[in-house]
Design a protein around this ligand. Structure first.
Ligand code: AMP
Length: 189
């Protein structure tokens, strides 16, 4: 099962991805997690991405596309994968489609978690307050910029996925179990 978990920051993509990992036994591929690890390790990638992430901006497509294309070649991703936070721009989606097609693979479902903006801000700030490991970008000013980046650069992807017949919209405002149940109704298993 090759899935994309799609939605704005704070929609619950990471939480739902972890449950799918456990139940479907396929890996979560989160570009945000990979980039945060690179920032922490102080790699070249981390040095380029870190300031943009802290400012709530997207990192350039060429940085993330290569990471994902390589990650998808690994053994554990051959049975399937859950992309979380990628693709976020139309060029990223096009590059993903090309890489998968070259390997004779394709996305089965794009699960879009639909959550209104006011709820997103509350959730991001709640996560900041509760989290043991604080994210540099979980503060109110940056949260607004991340949501603005989503609206401008990422949300237009919905039309791309709808044209492909892949878009599955799910109400992301209900509780975690309710959202998960709706996702499983789509992906089956
Ligand atoms: P996330 O954990 O998915 O919210 O990602 C945190 C930050 O990492 C984002 O605000 C971006 O700065 C960067 N990032 C993660 N994934 C991508 C992506 N696919 N394209 C561009 N930037 C990304």
């Amino acid at each position: 099962m090759n899935l994309i978990l799609f939605g704005p920051p704070g929609a619950g993509k990471g939480t739902q991805a972890q449950r799918l990992v456990q139940d479907l036994k396929i890996p979560q591929i989160s570009t945000g997690d990979i980039l945060r690890a690179a920032v922490k390790a102080g790699t070249e990638l981390g040095k380029r991405a870190g300031p943009l992430m802290a400012a709530g901006q997207l990192v350039p497509d060429e940085l993330v596309v290569g990471i994902v294309v390589e990650r998808l070649k690994e053994a554990d991703a051959q049975r399937g994968f859950i992309l979380d936070g990628f693709p976020r721009t139309v060029p990223q989606a096009t590059a993903l489609d090309a890489a998968l097609a070259a390997a004779g693979r394709k996305i089965q479902h794009v699960i879009s978690l639909e959550v209104p903006e006011a709820v997103l801000i509350q959730r991001i700030l709640g996560r900041a307050a509760q989290s043991a490991e604080k994210r540099a970008d979980d503060n109110e000013a940056t949260a607004h910029r991340r949501i603005a980046a989503y609206r401008a650069e990422t949300e237009p992807l919905k039309a791309h996925f709808a044209t492909q017949g892949l878009l599955r919209k799910i109400d992301g405002t209900v509780d975690v179990d309710g959202v998960y149940g709706a996702i499983r109704a789509v992906v089956g298993g």
